[in-house]
Design a protein around this ligand. Structure first.
Ligand code: 13P
Length: 251
């Protein structure tokens, strides 16, 4: 049985004070970790407040990015080693915004995945196609290629513990959610891709999230699908009540 995983991705929103206000508002209200794993991915500058909060609450903390070297002359980068020492649990890698605006390549993403495991954290690996790719019928092969490249050289045990996030670019921040059937179809395809690269047990263990205009009104239907194990949520994760409603989708 895969534990559902609801993750907020704050992107470049909230300062440390706003982060503190957010955690004050959700204190004592998150679901039990055995029912749903809840995660917030936040800007690096906000992670300290989140990891302090998470010591006493059923919340996991994610960075939105990291570098693939632990330390050295890499001005402006964030060390995966330091994130791990701070108590960060996950790092989101390969988000379409990082691929598009910061030219992150499949090779970078693979190196980051290895750096994350080396530092005892887990990756949330994003993939997803553009509208043009979908309309051309290339979505499945494109997404499979992204997954294969990101996982290259990882062990089956590492992949079992990873989280994969399918985020069709045309559904991000557009209010245009993929239908639950479209999301399920691609998440199923991703699971089959993992089975073909590794084995069926690994494919059954890996958790796959859908992301793209997930909100309290549609989370239940998405989460009812067999191959959708969670949501990676942008806009609707920024308001405490909305994040709590997502986290409590089972209630
Ligand atoms: O990119 C996303 C999460 O990583 C999705 O963002 P929205 O939920 O705002 O569409």
């Amino acid at each position: 049985m895969r534990t559902p995983i609801i993750a907020g991705n704050w992107k470049l929103n909230k300062n440390p004070k706003e982060t503190q206000d957010f955690v004050d508002a959700i204190k004592g209200k998150l679901p039990d970790a055995s029912k749903v794993e809840t995660v917030i991915a936040a800007p690096a500058i906000d992670l300290n407040a989140l990891t302090w909060f998470a010591k006493d609450e059923p919340l996991k903390v994610a960075a939105e990015n990291c570098y693939f070297e632990d330390e050295g002359a890499f001005t402006g980068e964030t060390s995966p080693k330091a994130l791990s020492e701070m108590g960060v649990n996950y790092v989101v890698i390969g988000h379409s915004e990082r691929r598009q605006y910061f030219h992150e390549t499949d090779e970078d993403i693979n190196k980051k995945a290895k750096a994350i495991f080396r530092n005892n954290m887990l990756p949330i690996i994003c993939c997803g196609e553009t509208l043009e790719q979908r309309e051309a019928g290339d979505a499945e092969s494109w997404v499979a290629g992204q997954i294969k490249a990101a996982l290259d050289g990882l062990t089956a045990e590492q992949v079992s513990k990873s989280v994969l996030a399918y985020e069709p670019i045309w559904a991000i921040g557009t209010g245009k959610t993929a239908t639950a059937d479209q999301a399920e179809e691609m998440c199923g395809h991703i699971r089959k891709t993992v089975a073909s690269l590794y084995n069926e047990a690994t494919a059954q263990n890996v958790r796959i999230q859908y992301g793209g205009s997930v909100k309290p009104a549609n989370v239940k239907e998405l989460m009812s699908k067999e191959d959708i194990d969670g949501g990676l949520v942008g806009g609707a994760s920024l308001v405490p009540d909305s994040f709590l409603a997502l986290a409590h989708f089972q209630d």
